[in-house]
Design a binder for this molecule. Structure first.
Ligand code: ZN
Length: 160
């Protein structure tokens, strides 16, 4: 069984390059294995997933996503001042340093150091790409039907 275009329940192998407004390449799979995901299950950002429907193997597309379609607008309230003592003593802190924080409920969130102050460390809890317009160049490398197990789990298994 073969699949001719991107639709729900299809495993997509995608080559992508992500640029920001200034043209700088932020991330690319070119020269590496393509990313694989199950279409229609929210495994990639919604705006990009939506733009892929109907694409055929070998097809290339430029996809421009507004912040709302990407990682959202920056939340000016998503800052938190934490005591220096909440970091290991021997860890040298720097502005821009990113790390993963565990919430009291066991999930984790990404944070960046915005400012190091005498009274503590100011963390920016916004996603690093919040507020950015995203410029994707994508190419569909391969398509295949998902297995029953993949459909049940909602994600790809055993990416080659
Ligand atoms: Zn699974």
């Amino acid at each position: 069984m073969s699949v001719s275009e991107v639709q729900d329940g299809v495993v997509v192998s995608l080559e992508y390059t992500l640029r920001l407004a200034d043209g700088a390449v932020l991330d690319t799979s070119v020269g590496e294995a393509p990313v694989q995901f199950l279409q229609g299950r929210g495994n990639i950002i919604p705006g990009l997933e939506k733009a892929l429907y109907g694409m055929k193997i070998g097809e290339t597309k430029e996809v421009v996503l507004s912040p709302e379609e990407g990682y959202g607008e920056r939340d000016p309230n998503a800052y938190q001042l934490v005591p220096r003592s909440s970091f290991p003593d021997d860890l040298e802190l720097e502005v821009g340093m990113g790390f993963r924080m565990r919430t009291p409920f066991g999930s984790s969130i990404d944070a960046h150091i915005e400012e190091i102050r005498p009274d503590g460390v100011l963390l920016d809890l916004n996603h690093p790409l919040a507020g950015e317009t995203l410029y994707f160049t994508v190419r569909v490398v391969d398509l295949r039907p998902a297995t029953a197990e993949e459909l049940e789990h909602g994600h790809v298994h055993g990416a080659e």
